[in-house]
Design a protein around this ligand. Structure first.
Ligand SMILES: [Zn+2]
Length: 268
Protein backbone atom coordinates (compact mmCIF):
# COMPACT_ATOMS: atom_id res chain seq x y z
CA UNK A 1 0.00 0.00 0.00
CA UNK A 2 1.47 3.33 -0.98
CA UNK A 3 1.95 6.18 1.49
CA UNK A 4 -0.57 8.26 -0.45
CA UNK A 5 -3.24 5.53 -0.07
CA UNK A 6 -2.57 5.27 3.68
CA UNK A 7 -2.81 9.05 4.08
CA UNK A 8 -6.04 9.05 2.05
CA UNK A 9 -7.59 6.28 4.16
CA UNK A 10 -6.59 8.06 7.37
CA UNK A 11 -8.06 11.32 6.06
CA UNK A 12 -11.37 9.58 5.25
CA UNK A 13 -11.50 8.00 8.73
CA UNK A 14 -10.77 11.31 10.49
CA UNK A 15 -13.29 13.18 8.33
CA UNK A 16 -15.95 10.51 9.04
CA UNK A 17 -15.29 10.76 12.76
CA UNK A 18 -15.57 14.55 12.68
CA UNK A 19 -18.80 14.48 10.67
CA UNK A 20 -20.44 11.99 13.00
CA UNK A 21 -19.26 14.02 16.01
CA UNK A 22 -20.85 17.22 14.77
CA UNK A 23 -23.97 15.75 13.22
CA UNK A 24 -24.90 12.95 15.54
CA UNK A 25 -23.61 14.09 18.89
CA UNK A 26 -26.36 14.47 21.40
CA UNK A 27 -26.21 17.55 23.49
CA UNK A 28 -25.32 16.51 27.00
CA UNK A 29 -28.16 17.21 29.38
CA UNK A 30 -26.09 18.11 32.40
CA UNK A 31 -28.16 19.96 34.98
CA UNK A 32 -25.58 19.65 37.77
CA UNK A 33 -25.19 23.44 37.89
CA UNK A 34 -28.89 23.87 38.54
CA UNK A 35 -29.44 24.58 42.22
CA UNK A 36 -32.08 22.76 44.25
CA UNK A 37 -33.53 26.03 45.57
CA UNK A 38 -34.07 27.18 41.97
CA UNK A 39 -36.12 24.02 41.41
CA UNK A 40 -38.36 24.95 44.33
CA UNK A 41 -38.84 28.46 42.93
CA UNK A 42 -39.79 27.14 39.50
CA UNK A 43 -42.25 24.65 41.00
CA UNK A 44 -43.90 27.49 42.87
CA UNK A 45 -43.85 30.13 40.16
CA UNK A 46 -43.78 28.55 36.71
CA UNK A 47 -46.77 26.39 35.75
CA UNK A 48 -45.10 25.32 32.53
CA UNK A 49 -42.18 23.75 34.43
CA UNK A 50 -44.50 22.18 37.00
CA UNK A 51 -46.39 20.30 34.27
CA UNK A 52 -43.30 18.77 32.67
CA UNK A 53 -42.35 15.12 33.06
CA UNK A 54 -39.04 14.62 34.94
CA UNK A 55 -36.84 14.20 31.84
CA UNK A 56 -38.29 17.38 30.31
CA UNK A 57 -37.74 19.24 33.57
CA UNK A 58 -34.06 18.35 33.26
CA UNK A 59 -34.06 19.78 29.73
CA UNK A 60 -35.75 22.95 30.98
CA UNK A 61 -33.13 23.30 33.74
CA UNK A 62 -30.24 22.80 31.30
CA UNK A 63 -31.74 25.46 29.03
CA UNK A 64 -31.94 27.86 31.98
CA UNK A 65 -28.31 27.27 32.97
CA UNK A 66 -27.24 27.84 29.36
CA UNK A 67 -29.29 31.04 29.20
CA UNK A 68 -27.57 32.28 32.37
CA UNK A 69 -24.16 31.49 30.90
CA UNK A 70 -24.85 33.56 27.76
CA UNK A 71 -27.01 36.44 29.02
CA UNK A 72 -26.35 39.02 31.70
CA UNK A 73 -29.35 39.97 33.79
CA UNK A 74 -28.95 43.35 35.44
CA UNK A 75 -31.17 45.26 37.84
CA UNK A 76 -31.39 49.01 37.15
CA UNK A 77 -32.16 50.94 40.35
CA UNK A 78 -33.55 47.74 41.77
CA UNK A 79 -32.10 44.70 43.46
CA UNK A 80 -32.80 41.50 41.61
CA UNK A 81 -33.05 38.06 43.11
CA UNK A 82 -32.74 34.50 41.84
CA UNK A 83 -36.50 34.41 41.33
CA UNK A 84 -36.33 37.39 38.93
CA UNK A 85 -33.47 35.81 37.01
CA UNK A 86 -35.30 32.48 36.83
CA UNK A 87 -38.45 34.12 35.49
CA UNK A 88 -36.50 35.94 32.78
CA UNK A 89 -34.78 32.70 31.77
CA UNK A 90 -38.08 30.77 31.83
CA UNK A 91 -39.56 33.35 29.47
CA UNK A 92 -36.72 32.62 27.06
CA UNK A 93 -36.92 28.84 27.41
CA UNK A 94 -40.69 28.39 27.01
CA UNK A 95 -41.11 29.70 23.42
CA UNK A 96 -38.20 27.58 22.12
CA UNK A 97 -39.01 24.43 24.10
CA UNK A 98 -40.37 22.71 20.97
CA UNK A 99 -36.95 23.09 19.34
CA UNK A 100 -34.64 21.08 21.60
CA UNK A 101 -31.15 22.53 21.71
CA UNK A 102 -32.15 25.86 20.16
CA UNK A 103 -31.39 29.07 22.02
CA UNK A 104 -31.59 32.79 21.51
CA UNK A 105 -28.43 34.00 19.91
CA UNK A 106 -29.54 37.61 19.51
CA UNK A 107 -29.43 38.82 23.10
CA UNK A 108 -26.59 39.69 25.48
CA UNK A 109 -28.27 41.44 28.36
CA UNK A 110 -31.66 41.82 30.00
CA UNK A 111 -32.13 44.99 32.03
CA UNK A 112 -34.74 44.79 34.76
CA UNK A 113 -36.26 48.17 35.56
CA UNK A 114 -37.92 48.80 38.89
CA UNK A 115 -41.19 49.83 37.25
CA UNK A 116 -42.92 50.66 33.97
CA UNK A 117 -41.05 53.21 31.85
CA UNK A 118 -41.50 55.76 29.06
CA UNK A 119 -39.78 56.23 25.71
CA UNK A 120 -36.95 58.13 27.45
CA UNK A 121 -36.37 55.03 29.62
CA UNK A 122 -37.54 56.94 32.72
CA UNK A 123 -39.16 55.02 35.55
CA UNK A 124 -40.41 58.15 37.27
CA UNK A 125 -42.87 60.75 36.10
CA UNK A 126 -45.72 60.65 33.60
CA UNK A 127 -46.56 58.50 30.58
CA UNK A 128 -44.80 55.40 31.84
CA UNK A 129 -46.79 52.79 30.02
CA UNK A 130 -44.07 50.50 28.66
CA UNK A 131 -43.83 47.09 30.36
CA UNK A 132 -40.95 45.78 28.29
CA UNK A 133 -39.10 46.20 25.03
CA UNK A 134 -36.55 44.60 22.74
CA UNK A 135 -33.85 47.12 21.92
CA UNK A 136 -32.71 48.37 18.52
CA UNK A 137 -29.79 50.56 17.45
CA UNK A 138 -27.49 51.19 20.41
CA UNK A 139 -29.77 48.97 22.47
CA UNK A 140 -29.46 46.08 20.02
CA UNK A 141 -29.02 42.71 21.79
CA UNK A 142 -30.63 44.24 24.89
CA UNK A 143 -34.06 43.77 26.37
CA UNK A 144 -35.74 45.81 29.09
CA UNK A 145 -38.43 44.39 31.35
CA UNK A 146 -40.30 46.11 34.15
CA UNK A 147 -39.89 44.03 37.28
CA UNK A 148 -43.54 44.18 38.42
CA UNK A 149 -44.66 43.20 34.91
CA UNK A 150 -42.23 40.26 34.87
CA UNK A 151 -43.47 38.99 38.24
CA UNK A 152 -47.15 39.50 37.35
CA UNK A 153 -46.72 37.29 34.30
CA UNK A 154 -46.25 34.21 36.48
CA UNK A 155 -48.14 32.55 39.25
CA UNK A 156 -51.39 34.25 38.35
CA UNK A 157 -54.24 31.93 37.60
CA UNK A 158 -56.56 32.80 34.73
CA UNK A 159 -54.21 35.45 33.38
CA UNK A 160 -53.26 35.43 29.72
CA UNK A 161 -50.73 38.20 30.19
CA UNK A 162 -47.01 37.48 30.41
CA UNK A 163 -44.59 40.32 29.62
CA UNK A 164 -41.50 38.09 29.75
CA UNK A 165 -42.85 35.70 27.12
CA UNK A 166 -44.17 38.66 25.11
CA UNK A 167 -40.69 40.19 24.81
CA UNK A 168 -38.91 36.93 23.99
CA UNK A 169 -41.47 36.28 21.25
CA UNK A 170 -40.47 39.66 19.78
CA UNK A 171 -36.89 38.44 19.92
CA UNK A 172 -37.84 35.22 18.12
CA UNK A 173 -39.68 37.31 15.53
CA UNK A 174 -36.58 39.50 15.17
CA UNK A 175 -34.22 36.53 14.64
CA UNK A 176 -34.72 36.77 10.83
CA UNK A 177 -33.81 40.49 10.90
CA UNK A 178 -37.31 41.96 10.99
CA UNK A 179 -39.78 42.31 13.83
CA UNK A 180 -42.84 42.01 11.65
CA UNK A 181 -44.97 39.27 13.19
CA UNK A 182 -43.60 36.67 10.75
CA UNK A 183 -41.07 34.46 12.52
CA UNK A 184 -39.27 33.20 9.42
CA UNK A 185 -36.65 31.66 11.66
CA UNK A 186 -39.18 28.95 12.59
CA UNK A 187 -41.89 29.30 9.92
CA UNK A 188 -41.48 27.61 6.55
CA UNK A 189 -41.80 30.00 3.60
CA UNK A 190 -44.91 28.24 2.26
CA UNK A 191 -46.56 28.89 5.63
CA UNK A 192 -45.93 32.66 5.63
CA UNK A 193 -48.95 33.70 3.55
CA UNK A 194 -51.48 31.45 5.37
CA UNK A 195 -50.11 32.76 8.68
CA UNK A 196 -50.49 36.40 7.60
CA UNK A 197 -54.06 35.71 6.51
CA UNK A 198 -54.91 34.33 9.95
CA UNK A 199 -53.12 37.24 11.66
CA UNK A 200 -54.94 39.91 9.68
CA UNK A 201 -58.29 38.14 10.08
CA UNK A 202 -57.74 38.00 13.84
CA UNK A 203 -56.69 41.66 14.00
CA UNK A 204 -59.98 42.51 12.25
CA UNK A 205 -61.79 40.39 14.85
CA UNK A 206 -60.15 42.34 17.69
CA UNK A 207 -61.11 45.65 16.07
CA UNK A 208 -64.68 44.41 15.63
CA UNK A 209 -64.84 43.33 19.28
CA UNK A 210 -65.05 39.63 18.36
CA UNK A 211 -61.88 38.37 19.99
CA UNK A 212 -60.70 37.22 23.39
CA UNK A 213 -57.25 38.60 22.54
CA UNK A 214 -56.62 41.94 24.19
CA UNK A 215 -56.87 45.07 22.01
CA UNK A 216 -53.13 45.77 22.16
CA UNK A 217 -52.76 42.80 19.79
CA UNK A 218 -54.37 44.88 17.04
CA UNK A 219 -51.51 47.43 17.12
CA UNK A 220 -49.70 45.66 14.27
CA UNK A 221 -48.70 42.14 13.16
CA UNK A 222 -45.67 42.00 15.48
CA UNK A 223 -47.69 42.92 18.56
CA UNK A 224 -50.38 40.48 17.50
CA UNK A 225 -47.86 37.64 17.33
CA UNK A 226 -46.52 38.43 20.82
CA UNK A 227 -49.91 38.94 22.45
CA UNK A 228 -51.42 35.81 20.83
CA UNK A 229 -48.36 33.85 21.94
CA UNK A 230 -48.86 34.97 25.54
CA UNK A 231 -52.37 33.56 25.31
CA UNK A 232 -51.09 30.36 23.68
CA UNK A 233 -48.72 29.60 26.56
CA UNK A 234 -50.78 30.98 29.44
CA UNK A 235 -54.37 29.96 28.53
CA UNK A 236 -54.00 27.46 25.69
CA UNK A 237 -57.34 25.66 26.14
CA UNK A 238 -59.31 28.89 26.01
CA UNK A 239 -57.39 30.04 22.94
CA UNK A 240 -57.97 26.71 21.17
CA UNK A 241 -61.67 26.79 21.97
CA UNK A 242 -62.20 30.35 20.77
CA UNK A 243 -59.66 30.67 17.96
CA UNK A 244 -58.95 27.12 16.68
CA UNK A 245 -57.34 28.22 13.41
CA UNK A 246 -54.97 30.62 15.14
CA UNK A 247 -54.18 27.99 17.76
CA UNK A 248 -53.30 25.45 15.04
CA UNK A 249 -50.93 27.94 13.40
CA UNK A 250 -49.18 28.60 16.69
CA UNK A 251 -48.73 24.84 17.19
CA UNK A 252 -47.04 24.83 13.80
CA UNK A 253 -44.78 27.73 14.77
CA UNK A 254 -43.80 26.57 18.24
CA UNK A 255 -43.86 22.77 17.76
CA UNK A 256 -45.83 22.66 20.98
CA UNK A 257 -49.43 21.72 21.78
CA UNK A 258 -49.94 23.29 25.22
CA UNK A 259 -53.71 22.69 25.32
CA UNK A 260 -52.88 18.97 25.38
CA UNK A 261 -50.34 19.57 28.14
CA UNK A 262 -47.93 22.41 28.84
CA UNK A 263 -44.56 21.60 27.32
CA UNK A 264 -46.00 18.92 25.00
CA UNK A 265 -43.66 18.94 22.02
CA UNK A 266 -45.05 18.06 18.59
CA UNK A 267 -43.18 17.95 15.32
CA UNK A 268 -45.80 19.51 13.15
ZN1 LIG B 1 -44.73 44.17 22.23
Amino acid sequence: MSTTTIILILAVIILGALISYFIFRKESLDNSNFEQRWRETLLKEVDFYKHLIPSERVRFEVDIVKFFSKTRITGVDTIIYDKDRLLVASSAVIPLFGYPGSRFDNISEVLIYKDTFNHQYETNGKNRRILGMVGDGVMNRHMIISKPALLNGYNREHSAHNTGIHEFVHLLDKADGETDGVPKFVLQSKEVQPWLEVVNGEIDNILAGNSIIRPYGATNEAEFFSVASEYFFMQPKILRENHPELYAKLVLIYHQDPAEGLGKVVNS
